[in-house]
Design a protein around this ligand. Structure first.
Ligand code: SAM
Length: 378
């Protein structure tokens, strides 16, 4: 899905890797991806891939990279490490060893070193260590891209905006049909759908790390100003209604705040409703897309309670005639308890939870019974 999105944004020489997509781009093309990608979590500039063994291997790899071409003694930095099948147990230890190599290199080359700032660094250095293969990259965005710069309030299990956007893309939502999320939580799906329907670019209200980089700031700022101006000019009113509902009042408060801060309050209806008992919305049908509870914090009723909830959900949603549906299932019992056969399934990770987006075709309303015919008189 990310590769398809990047291609639509004009990225060239795409290569899909596990967990990422590589592409070639000039600065203006990178900025376009930063402003317009709804699915990417980060945009990284790889500085090198190394074979690294032991703590010394980490230090040597980091010490060998020409960081002085990017960082200066005044540009703060941080190092984030993620590990897979590694001899090391702690990502913090790996990040520390890498930081030592970076700092020593910069001190040797520049005479002094920049400070570490883990909260708001100018340069975020991202390390992926898979087995002995270490890749070091600069993060061009800073805060991950799921942070659209508009979320005000959260509930217990919010989706990341990037996951909601991937769900909408997998469901083929282009903003040109009615949409409903009857278990909206903090409203992540509805605000992402609203952004698609109103053609709002996801990165239009936030900044990117490279705007603060000495090498890029002068060139990047006017390019970004142009991209943001063009993106704002392309906005339109949502052509069809969006409906968010939940039975939890705190969730509705969070959704109301998030919808308002995303500039979507004129296009989203927010209602308190129990999806197990409420009738479908009035008006023409469209796409129902939602993220039901998985039961990962099972309270009273346990897994048995979840199964009966999924069964009730299937029964209630059977009344939504004409609506096609996409439900993010994160509980293995969902599919059979929901008692309908999906027409399509897409694997999606919601954080650490392996999920499937199950899609169901629209069902027609049952035909009204035909009145008995009176025999014609002879
Ligand atoms: C996993 S959360 C949804 C999170 C949401 N996608 C977000 O990003 O914030 C599931 C939501 O379903 C709601 N819910 C559970 N049972 C419900 C019911 N019977 N009717 C309406 N909402 C319900 C919960 O209140 C919760 O907000």
């Amino acid at each position: 899905m990310l590769a398809a999105e990047l291609e639509s944004l004009g990225a060239k020489r795409l290569r899909q890797d596990r967990g990422g997509v590589r592409f070639m781009a000039a600065l203006d093309e990178i900025l376009k991806v930063c402003v317009h990608s709804r699915i990417a979590m980060r945009v990284l500039y790889p500085m090198g891939t190394f074979t690294s063994e032991g703590a010394d291997g980490l230090y040597e790899a980091a010490h060998g990279v020409p960081w002085e071409e990017w960082l200066t003694p005044k540009t703060t930095f941080s190092v984030d490490a993620t590990l897979k099948n590694s001899e090391h147990d702690h990502s913090g230890f790996v990040a520390l060893k890498l930081k030592d190599g970076i700092v020593d290199r910069l001190r040797e080359k520049l005479g002094s070193r920049p400070d570490v700032d883990s909260r708001d660094p100018v340069f975020r250095i991202v390390a992926h260590l898979s087995g002995k293969s270490l890749t070091l990259s600069l993060d061009l965005c800073g805060d991950p891209l799921f942070m659209r710069g508009t979320k005000q309030a959260q509930t217990i299990a919010p989706l990341k905006e990037t996951v909601a956007a991937a769900m909408l893309q997998a469901a083929g939502y282009a903003g040109d049909e009615p949409l409903a999320d009857p278990m909206c939580g903090s409203g992540t799906i509805i605000t992402e759908a609203g952004a698609i329907a109103t053609r709002r670019a996801p990165g239009v209200s936030r900044g990117f790390a490279l705007e603060r980089w000495p090498q890029f700031s002068i060139a990047a700022r006017p390019l970004l100003d142009d991209l943001r101006r063009e993106a704002r000019a392309a906005q339109r009113p949502a052509p069809h209604p969006l409906l968010a509902s939940d039975y939890d009042v705190d969730a509705l408060t969070a959704t109301t705040r998030n919808v308002a801060s995303a500039g979507l309050k004129d296009f989203v209806r927010i209602e308190e409703a129990d999806v197990l008992h409420a009738p479908p919305p009035e008006g023409p049908p469209g796409l129902l897309i939602t993220n039901p509870p998985y039961g990962e914090r099972l309270g009273s009723g346990g897994q048995k309670g979840m199964k009966s909830f999924f069964y009730g959900l299937g029964t209630s949603l059977a009344n939504w005639h004409g609506w096609r549906m996409a439900l993010l299932a994160g509980n293995p019992a969902f599919e059979s308890a929901f008692h309908r056969k999906p027409s399509k399934r897409t694997a999606l990770w919601n954080g650490a939870i392996e999920c499937e987006l199950l899609q169901y075709q629209a069902r027609a309303a049952p035909a009204a019974p035909t009145p008995p015919t009176t025999p014609a008189a002879e």
